[in-house]
Design a protein around this ligand. Sequence first.
Ligand code: ZN
Length: 291
Amino acid sequence: MKLEKAYAEDIKLNITAEEADRQFSAGVVKSKFSFQCPDEHCSAPVTCANLERPKDKRKRDPYYKVVGEHSPNCDIAKDIEKQKKRTNSKTDIYSDSDEYIDNAIRLNLQPPSTKRPEPAGDKQGDSDSGVKARRGNAEESGKRKIQRSKTLSSLIDAFLAHESHTIQLPEIGVINIRDFFVEINGQDLSELEDEFRIYYGKAWFNKKENGYSIVFDKTLTSAGITKRPSIYMPLDKLVESGFKRFKVNELERLADKKPKTVFILSQAGPQLRNGYINIWCDGPEYLDYRL
Ligand SMILES: [Zn+2]
């Protein structure tokens, strides 16, 4: 669900992304990071993606993306939850406005345990994995074209195997797999795109009181602040997922002080807040690692 308005910290008002764009041009709104959830009982951080990008370099107008936890009594979060349940859209990042593109691969973020309410032939998981794909033969038997998809995990395997693929991103169009993966390596945040990318690098899992933090080895910089970026995943979010890689005993094993290569799919990119640089993780389906 799109956030129509967000609370702009610099002017203490709830405004649309269009208004944020005007206020940023006028120098009133200072940063794409200075927004919050518009609910008066909530201060979940919001990024106004593309706000700082010059107009002629934007592939998409500025939009709001919630990049943190809502407060438990946030009414907007409750509405979003209701809508997700109704539309089953929690893990489908595409919409009807994303047209079929020949030979492009979509991201499949479905947990392995859920069934898709789709016509026969549209399988979960990696739809071009040899035998399974041939048996389904979706393209020929289906009434509509069904685009190939890959899970995050199989996309990572393809990237590591130097395969060449074209990826379809929601609302943006296609991107080469090499450009879709961004290694965390000292960049300034202004160099990074405000659209879906997979950020990766050497990182450590650390056990926290109610979850796990992941801290990268290399740094990122923004506004003169250089930090090693981190991800936080609350335990309740992890265990409710259908991903075996995030079961409790698996996580215990990961927090062993040995570095892993961590991959995170992020829409709005790393953010600078309160002097820290972090990457918001929407859920376990956005996260994977290699030992
Ligand atoms: Zn909220």
